[in-house]
Ligand binder design. Structure first.
Ligand code: PNW
Length: 458
């Protein structure tokens, strides 16, 4: 892999991305649909969590959100105007199964048929995520991600989804960001359900999530029909070498492999490594026979949500050393979102080198700011335009160095419910006025539109 050591920005002559590069935008059901209790939808853990005092900024709920449930036609028309050809969305599990398992809510199925038909009518290809955090509350009441009940219910849900929509959907994403709905939700407790569990139970939530990933892959293989493709979207813990020298790059490789050992490491190795099991000790996850045959089925691509990373160098003791960010390091309004465009380069390159993934998609990348309101029909989010330009340059550098990146989905199409940060924190390239539901493309939307059209950074 010597070619990787050429890290000068050697853009291909035309400065374009590969032919057939997939450009898209992303969103998730719970964050945009609203209609939280409409036409039989069941309560999700986020519906419950957002009603607990102090959990979500400003006490915001998902009840109305962007009212996409009722406005999807206009939203797809706007996507088409901006030249969006690929849209990553998710399906709401509690809209299909209000209690997680049990009776199917036909109204929910009908809704997604109408939605997919409207997308296709606008010439937009769907990329569908089975699960983007909105677990039915009834399943949480039976143990949530700590319980095998959830795995069984998910397997059934995934089959239903592929059977229902497999004729219209060919690109499937199993789960979104396992760490967020396990570690952040059952250990750090800043996300729903916010229930602290023991270390052994936490490790079991990871294992249950891996099993669900496997069930979704199986469902797509068995029922997806010709041309169906499937992969996971992971928020791998990313690091970037402080200097792009062999010593710091080696340190970054070691650090990266260790941090991702329990998720991508296990999936690609076909089992938990002795190193990981030693780290868990008595708290190791329970593994049944056949689990890894399911978990480690080959997939068609790996999705990566790339936002931020940790700087690492070769320490004096030969171990990777993390460099704490100085207070003046640039950050978005999302306090965790430090602005290091190199995350695009190293996030994709390390995944390719470490796991041999041969087709990568950036399934999310974007920035959260408390943007200013619309003035005379315009929002000058120059900060987001610059963010995009800088991050896409680093993505292009990876591609030019041979990393197989096949697509990029910007998070997010429009401002939406930013989980525990509520509606204040805006990630959209389209502004949403929540009082009127008016959509206004920001400067960044016009900028990204030109990038998608010309297949190059403008
Ligand atoms: C992702 N972090 O979440 C999610 O997939 C989206 O639903 C979300 O709106 C978007 O990124 C922006 O936050 C993340 O703490 C949540 O590093 C937290 C982190 C990263 C991503």
């Amino acid at each position: 892999m010597n070619h990787f050591l050429n890290s000068g920005v050697a853009l291909n002559p035309a400065g374009t991305f590969p032919q057939n590069f997939v450009w898209g935008v992303a969103a998730a059901a719970a964050q945009i649909e609203g209609a939280a209790f409409t036409e039989g939808k069941g309560e999700s853990i986020w519906d419950r969590f957002s009603r607990m005092p102090g959990k979500v900024h400003n006490g915001d709920t998902l009840d109305v959100a962007c009212d996409h449930y009722h406005r999807f036609k206009e939203d797809f028309a706007l996507m088409r105007q901006l030249g969006v050809k690929n849209y990553r969305l998710s399906i709401s599990w509690p809209r299909l199964y209000p209690t997680g398992d049990g009776a199917l809510n036909q109204a929910g199925v009908d809704y997604y048929h109408r939605l997919l038909d409207a997308m296709v009518a606008e010439g937009i290809t769907p990329w569908v995520t089975f699960f983007h955090w909105d677990l039915p509350q009834a399943l949480e009441d039976r143990g949530g991600w700590t319980s095998a009940v959830t795995v069984k219910a998910f397997a059934n849900y995934a089959e239903t989804v592929v059977k229902a929509f497999g004729g219209k959907v060919k690109n499937w994403i199993t789960l979104n960001e396992i760490r967020c709905f396990t570690w952040l939700s059952y250990d750090v407790c800043v996300q729903a359900p916010g229930r602290k569990v023991s270390p052994a139970e936490l490790n079991q939530t990871y294992h249950h999530a891996l099993l669900c990933h496997g069930h979704a892959v199986r469902a797509v293989r068995q029922l997806g029909g010709p041309g169906a493709r499937v992969g996971l979207t992971d928020n791998s813990t990313i690091c970037m070498p402080v200097t792009e020298t062999p010593a710091d790059i080696a340190a970054a490789r070691t650090w990266y492999a260790e941090k991702n050992i329990h998720l991508l490491g296990a999936i690609y190795a076909g089992g938990y490594s002795p190193k990981y099991l030693a780290r868990c000790g008595a708290d190791a996850p329970r593994v049944e026979e056949g689990d890894f045959a399911l978990i480690s089925q080959p997939t068609d691509f790996l999705g990566l949500n790339l936002y931020t990373g940790t700087f690492v160098r070769a320490g004096a003791d030969g171990r990777p050393q993390e460099i704490p960010l100085p207070v003046h390091y640039p950050v978005a309004d999302s306090p965790w979102l430090h602005l290091a465009p190199q995350v695009m380069y190293w996030g994709t390159r390390l995944a390719h080198e470490t796991y041999g993934a041969t087709s990568l998609y950036v399934t999310e990348n974007g920035c959260g700011y408390n943007d200013e309101p619309v003035v005379n029909g315009e929002v000058f989010d120059l900060h987001r335009r610059d963010y995009l330009r800088g991050h896409l340059r680093e993505l292009q550098r990876a591609i030019n160095d041979g990393v197989p990146v096949d697509g990029y989905f910007l998070w997010s199409f429009m401002d939406n419910f930013e989980w525990q940060d509520g509606y204040e924190r805006r990630f959209g390239i389209v502004h949403v006025d929540y009082a009127t539901q008016k959509r206004t493309p920001k400067l960044s939307a016009h900028y990204y539109s030109a990038i998608m059209r010309e297949n190059r950074i403008v």
